[in-house]
Design a protein around this ligand. Structure first.
Ligand SMILES: Cc1cc2nc3c(=O)[nH]c(=O)nc-3n(C[C@H](O)[C@H](O)[C@H](O)COP(=O)(O)OP(=O)(O)OC[C@H]3O[C@@H](n4cnc5c(N)ncnc54)[C@H](O)[C@@H]3O)c2cc1C
Length: 395
C-alpha cells in the first residue's frame, strides 16, 4: 500500500504518478507524463513501472476523479503532463502499525550458559591489496537449539580472561547467513568479522574478540549467545522494496537478506517467500579489493536484473560530484530522486548497518534531499521508524 493511502478514502481515490523518459513497453517514449491510477492499483502499477526502467518523478494524490481505470482511460494510459517539475508525494500521514514479530527467537542462550558451537571454516573475504582484515566465519550449531532469522545478531564470548580476571564480556555480531545457513542444512551460522586494530600510545592494539574470531581455527569451540535483535528483520512481504545502506561489515545482514531473496538454493527452501520487489544495495568500502561477497552479488545481478540494483561507493577510488572522495552518503544524495520515490511507498523499507560514523552523513544527505522536495526529514524519518520501515543498526 502506498504511503499516501492514509490520505485516501477508498478505492475511488485517484493517484497521479509522474514519470519521465519512459522506456517501458506499454507507454509512449518521450517527455514527462502522468499516469492516473486508482489508489488500490497504485502499488502494483508503481512496481510495474519501476521494473520497466522508467524514472518516476513523483506520486501525488491531488487528483480525486471519477476517471476510469488505467486500462480504460486516456489518463490511465499516461497523459502528457504540464512541463513544470514534478513534486514528490508527501510523506505518510498515518503510519501503519509495526509488526510485533512475536515468533522471532531471542535469547535462547544467555551469557551464563552459552551454546558451544564449533568452527567449520574461517576465511578471508578480502582480495589482494585490501586494507585490514575481514573474515567469513561459519560455525556449527548442531546439537543445540540456537535458531535465528535474517537480520538478527549473536553474541560471542572470546576465550580467556579480561584484565580484571573475569571472563570477557560478550560482543555482538550481525548474522551474515540466512536461517538455513550457508549449507542450507539449518545447523550453521555465519559471521562477517573485521579485526579491530588501532594505535594507542604508539602501540598497535588488537581488538579482543574480533582478533579471537579472525584467528580462530576450524574445529575450535566457540561460546555463542542469543540470538538477539528485532530491529533489522526483513518484511514478510515478497513485493516489498528493500533499500540497504551498508559500510564494511555492515554488509552482514544485507548478505543474509540478499541470499534469502536471490540465492537459488534459498529460494527452493522458501516456497512461501519468492521475492518480487526491488532490492537496492548501497555498499561503501575504501577500495575495490575490500568489497565483500562481490561474486554473490554479481550473480544476483545477472539472474535478477529487474529486482536487484547494486550501487558502490569506493571512497579511495571514486570521486563524488564535488571532486572529493565518494562515500556512501554521496551515492545516496546522487540517487535521492529514486530513493524518495521508493520510500513514499509503504512497502519500502530502508536498512542501514555499519560503523556508527556513517549515520550523520546519510542523515544529512536524506535531509537535504527531503528539503529539495518540500519535505521535512525530521518529521519523515520518525514516521518511517514508527511504521517499522526505517531500520538502523550501527556500532
Ligand atoms: C548489534 C551489533 C552488531 C555488530 N556486528 C558486527 C559485525 O557484523 N562484524 C564486526 O566485525 N563487528 C560487529 N560489531 C562490533 C563488535 O561487536 C565488536 O565491537 C568489535 O568486533 C570490536 O570488538 P573487540 O573485542 O575486537 O574490541 P575490544 O577489545 O572490545 O576493543 C574495543 C574498544 O577499543 C577502543 N577503541 C576502538 N577503536 C579505538 C581507537 N581508534 N582508538 C582508541 N581506542 C579505540 C574502544 O574503547 C572500544 O570500546 C557489532 C556490534 C553490534 C553492537
Amino acid at each position: 500500500m502506498h504511503a499516501l493511502s492514509a490520505a485516501g478514502s477508498g478505492s475511488s481515490q485517484m493517484m497521479t504518478i509522474t514519470l519521465q523518459d519512459f522506456s517501458g513497453s506499454s507507454v509512449p517514449t518521450s517527455g514527462i507524463r502522468r499516469l492516473v491510477v486508482p489508489l488500490d492499483q497504485l502499488q502494483s502499477t508503481y512496481g510495474r513501472l519501476l521494473r520497466s526502467g522508467v524514472k518516476i518523478l513523483g506520486v501525488s494524490n491531488g487528483l480525486t476523479s471519477t476517471a476510469a481505470t488505467p486500462e480504460q482511460s486516456p489518463a490511465g494510459s499516461s497523459a502528457p503532463a504540464s512541463p513544470q517539475p514534478a513534486t514528490t508525494a508527501k510523506p505518510a500521514r498515518k503510519a501503519p502499525a509495526r509488526a510485533a514479530h512475536g515468533d522471532v527467537p531471542v535469547n535462547l542462550y544467555k551469557p551464563k550458559a552459552p551454546f558451544i558451537g564449533k568452527v567449520i571454516s574461517n576465511e578471508s573475504l578480502l582480495k589482494e591489496g585490501a586494507i585490514g582484515r575481514v573474515n567469513h566465519i561459519i560455525m556449527d550449531l548442531s546439537g543445540g537449539d540456537l535458531r535465528y532469522v535474517e537480520g538478527q545478531s549473536i553474541g560471542i564470548i572470546p576465550d580467556g580472561l579480561a584484565d580484571n580476571g573475569k571472563p570477557h564480556k560478550i560482543r555482538l555480531y550481525s548474522i551474515a547467513s540466512t536461517r538455513h545457513g550457508d549449507n542450507l542444512a539449518g545447523n550453521t551460522v555465519s559471521l562477517c568479522v573485521r579485526q579491530l586494530q588501532y594505535e594507542k600510545d604508539g602501540e598497535l592494539v588488537n581488538g579482543v574478540c574480533s582478533t579471537f574470531l579472525c584467528d580462530i581455527a576450524p574445529d575450535a569451540p566457540v561460546k555463542i549467545t542469543g540470538p538477539v535483535g528485532k530491529e533489522m528483520l526483513l518484511p514478510d512481504d515478497e513485493e516489498a522494496n528493500v533499500i540497504m545502506l551498508a559500510t564494511g561489515t555492515g554488509i552482514a545482514p544485507m548478505r543474509a537478506y540478499l541470499r534469502r531473496m536471490f540465492d537459488p538454493g534459498e529460494r527452493a527452501r522458501n516456497p512461501g517467500y519468492a521475492f518480487r520487489g526491488k532490492a537496492w544495495l548501497f555498499m561503501g568500502v575504501p577500495t575495490t579489493p575490500n568489497l565483500l561477497y562481490e561474486e554473490e552479488f554479481q550473480s544476483y545481478l545477472r539472474a535478477y536484473p529487474d529486482n536487484f540494483r547494486y550501487t558502490k561507493a569506493i571512497s579511495r577510488e571514486q570521486n563524488n560530484s564535488g571532486g572529493g572522495r565518494m562515500y556512501i552518503q554521496h551515492q545516496v544524495a546522487e540517487c535521492a530522486d529514486e530513493i524518495f520515490n521508493l520510500i513514499n511507498l509503504d512497502s519500502t523499507h530502508l536498512y542501514m548497518c555499519g560503523l556508527r560514523g556513517m549515520e550523520p552523513g546519510i542523515d544529512e544527505a536524506m535531509a537535504a534531499a527531503a528539503t529539495a522536495r518540500g519535505l521535512d526529514w525530521k518529521t519523515l524519518r520518525p514516521q518511517m521508524k514508527k511504521a517499522g520501515r526505517w531500520h538502523v543498526e550501527t556500532y
